[in-house]
Design a protein around this ligand. Structure first.
Ligand code: MN
Length: 249
């Protein structure tokens, strides 16, 4: 495969809305070229503009598989569309249905009631860490794929690093004890990526909080696992089939 580091999107961190517009432009530019966009956050607020960047290049329906300890679907937080809100806005997009949003590993100690109420109202698919423990890796992947791909044409992958137990990923803003273990989440990730993805983000990695770069290394490992899986299953480039709309800048 040919890899290209497209560099940083030029954002204004103090202006979320302007940053969102910049991120959407960057992602749609990469996606519409036929390349598979992989975004390294940044906090989880980028989930909305990243999905929007892909979604505006296609008339097809997009599902989302979301690894996180947090539900991230309340409308606003401190009056802003910040990192607790991306799926409220992403599932408002015309071709991104909440019924195709699958949220894996939910149940950390920072899951606000507004978000839980919104997820219930919209009918997103939540598999908590307890569900995962009962179901096991293969069954969880099977359910996630069935729901994310139901009447959808492509699936976007969002991976919040805090879905992993904080003992393995200290470099994050919301460290959560009791999350996925590295080996099991790498296997789960590979299983859900196997049928193909139309984009991927790894968010909430915060190098200033990290120790010996272990969180960054795990983030890289997630990307490598996804890319290797796409190649192994002949799905690298398959996302190009859904590009059917010109992008307006
Ligand atoms: Mn999170």
């Amino acid at each position: 495969m040919t890899l290209c580091d497209a560099g940083d999107v030029f954002t204004i961190p103090a202006n979320l809305e302007k940053s969102f517009d910049q991120i959407t432009r960057g992602v749609s530019h990469v996606f519409s070229s036929g390349a598979l966009p992989i975004m390294l956050g940044g906090d989880h607020s980028i989930g909305f503009p990243c999905v929007r960047g892909v979604a505006q290049c296609t008339s097809k329906r997009i599902g989302i598989i979301h690894f996180d300890r947090h539900i991230d679907i309340q409308e606003r937080d401190l009056d802003e569309r910040m990192h607790t809100t991306p799926w409220f806005w992403a599932t408002n997009l015309p071709n991104v249905s909440a019924s195709n949003l699958v949220q894996l590993g939910i149940g950390g100690w920072q899951v606000p009631r507004e978000g839980v109420a919104e997820a219930r109202k919209r009918g997103t698919n939540v598999l908590t860490m307890s569900d995962f423990e009962k179901l096991g890796i293969e069954k969880t992947a099977e359910i996630a794929l069935e729901l994310a791909w139901k009447n959808a044409d492509a699936v976007y992958l969002s991976f919040d690093i805090d879905s992993v137990d904080c003992g393995f990923v200290p470099g994050t803003g919301w460290p959560e004890p009791g999350g996925f273990l590295p080996r099991e989440v790498l296997k789960l990730l590979g299983l859900v990526v196997a049928p193909g993805i139309c984009g991927m983000e790894v968010v909430e990695v915060s190098p200033p909080y990290d120790t010996s770069d272990i969180t960054s290394l795990f983030g890289v490992r997630l990307v490598v696992e996804a890319l290797g899986t796409l190649v192994a299953h002949g799905k690298m480039g398959a996302h190009k089939a859904i590009i059917d709309k010109p992008v307006a800048y």
